[in-house]
Write a protein that binds this ligand. Sequence first.
Ligand code: FAD
Ligand code: SIN
Length: 539
Amino acid sequence: MKYSKYSVVIIGSGIAGLYAALKIEQQSSNLQDGILLITKAKLGESNSRYAQGGMVAVMKDNKADSTESHISDTIKAGAGLSEFNTVKFISEQSDSVVKDLLEFGVEFDRDENNELCFTREAAHSVRRILHAGGDATGKMIEKALTKDVSENENIEVYEQTAAVELLVNADKECKGVVVFNDLTKEYETIYSSAVILATGGLGQLYKYTTNPAVATGDGVALAYNAGAIMQDLEFVQFHPTALAIDGGENRFLISEAVRGEGAKLVDADGIEFMHKYHENKELAPRDVVTRSNYNEMKENNADFVYLNATCIGKEKLAERFPNISRICLENNIDISKDFIPVAPAAHYSMGGVKTNVEGQTSINGLYAIGEVASTGLHGGNRLASNSLLECVVCAYEVANFLKNKELKTPKQIDEDLKAIVDKYSKELLMEELDIESLKKELQEIMWKGAGILRDEKSLMTALEEIQQLSKKFPRSVKCLNKEEYEFKNMLTVSKLIIQSALQRKESRGAHYRLDYLNTNEESKHSLLTKEEGELSFVK
Ligand code: FAD
Ligand code: SIN
């Protein structure tokens, strides 16, 4: 098997991974062995690319806003589970990271006086969300950072290459990663003093999701298998307004910013209903709006509710939401005249690999940033547009942390890690599997049993069904292709979500249990780790 060594390896090319690569390259003088960024699809293909609404920016010269206000909104939305110090730190860094992104060539939308434009989204008290390209914020940031990474000769990039196992020794030190090139089907052992997971989310575990095909929870599975601590995995955010038209691997998002600009949720007769559920109506926290839509759909035996954006006006809709307008029109919906059919879809994972704001995990040398990490910012329910902010702040901070570390990678692989590597050198005869249909079965199980509403019975049924499904997937270590590796990870992460959801016997934020409707004020984060092959709660 091929062997190589780098000072730093970053896994994932969303906004967290790209920005971390650039900041590490910019700041560190200890990179004798270079930086490698690996990504399992094309550079930049990620959840980040599809982010619409924007990025929170509490700018020091914006008199209408303050970090206190942003902290308070984040904590309120987080249903009592956000970590105050984390929220404060990330909020306070937003001014400097926005300025840094501008230096890297990111072009946020500006008004006629060349001032940055701010929009509003649900549960934010003020307009504090920067956007770019109207409703193409993620694409615009990702495009600028991808260009910088591609042009930077100190950052090597492997595309179409998936991380399949972390090299963690008995002393809980991460020394590198085994990767699989999906084009050549070759494995490579990459040795490194610092491995950064920036592998994004897990929306593809669910039948309906806004996430693209790459969001299969790989980072959570890799870190869990390596013995890292997981946090709050039961908290999966379902976005209330995905376009209720099936078009391939995911559902197109109708941004919350459309409601921020005045759109209303209505039933088939055009009657508004959000006043029945929350005083802030369409701008109530995301979990509340999701359950309201879900309830209306159930009561009316319908597959969707509608979003009425006509009040925003044709001109403003075209200018502010050019992509949403275009995609809807391609589906014969003129959003300046027609109602938009919308329904909830899995959108974001609040839980993940437990880290601090510098990305440190419970394993030395292993870092996690962005959606794969759980820093404690989001608590039980993420406030809109806080994710992109967290991605860039934590990428910035991991770079800061690493610049003071000695990043010398030994020439030879440790003896005790050879056993991991050897597993991938063995030739095995493997028959082809119909991964597409296995994946659909799993997504159906998760949607039904561990979705927007859950209880012990639904969760236990889902767990049993997944055990049965696993029997149709006879792979323990090596797989035939990237899709099989993804499915292996999806099975692992689905079970972890269910285990965590079963343990949390309360309703809080996005975790809504029909058999435990109340919030238990005493409860804290759920922490999950792999001990001797068993799932167990460590706290
Ligand atoms: P991602 O952007 O998901 O990138 C993960 C990367 O890791 C990808 O390149 C993937 O290919 C790679 N990868 C995964 N597994 C492996 C592996 N095993 N080996 C190698 N590579 C791997 N948040 C906001 O704050 N504001 C918004 O307006 C907003 N809108 C959104 C709209 C949509 C439709 C979606 C889906 C999400 C939105 N979010 C928004 C959430 C936000 O976009 C994501 O949380 C954030 O972009 C995650 O960034 P990331 O860099 O952590 O991961
Ligand atoms: C949206 O634009 O509605 C998504 C915002 C987010 O997920 O933060």
